[in-house]
Design a protein around this ligand. Structure first.
Ligand code: SF4
Ligand code: SF4
Length: 144
């Protein structure tokens, strides 16, 4: 089933604390329907990582989104991301798009935990650990 991909605020968080959701690398977000949008800058980083030209990355690994507003990574025949390898490994981990890096701590959607197997550190820590300050977005070079 396709998740409702409308982004929602992720709620309060202590910026000094670890991020709320800890990825367990279940691979679900690399398999569900929807776009993995990539900017020119992200394409350049992927190209550098794979030792390809940006034009080759655009040609072989991206497609135009339906709204014609940009490019998305393509999928394999089973619907998973073209860069998802065995063992739920991202082949472009060091250059993966911002959309991938920011999920689910900085954007997610209603009911996302029905699919995402992340650990909720707030649930583990208890309600007294949950303050109201939102986290700052990570640096461009950061990865989840
Ligand atoms: S780029 Fe990597 S993290 Fe993003 S959907 Fe593809 S395989 Fe998953
Ligand atoms: S669905 Fe959640 S736990 Fe699974 S790989 Fe994506 S972010 Fe990590």
């Amino acid at each position: 089933m396709k998740p409702d991909a409308s982004p929602v605020e992720t709620g309060g968080h202590d910026p000094e604390a670890a991020l709320r959701y800890r990825c367990t690398r279940c691979g679900a977000c690399c398999r569900w329907d929807g776009y993995v949008r990539v900017s020119d800058e992200e394409i350049a980083r992927i190209a550098a990582l794979l030792d390809l030209t940006p034009e080759a990355v655009r040609r072989d690994y991206t497609r135009l989104t339906h709204d014609r507003a940009g490019l998305s990574l393509t999928e394999k025949p089973d619907g998973s991301c073209v860069f998802l390898a065995d063992g739920n490994v991202c082949r472009i981990q060091d250059a993966k798009p911002r959309q991938c890096k920011l999920f689910p701590n900085f954007w997610n959607f209603s009911g996302f935990r029905r699919w995402c197997r992340c650990l909720d550190t707030w649930e583990q820590a208890g309600p007294e650990a949950n303050e109201t300050n939102p986290p700052a977005p990570p640096d461009e070079g950061a990865s989840s």
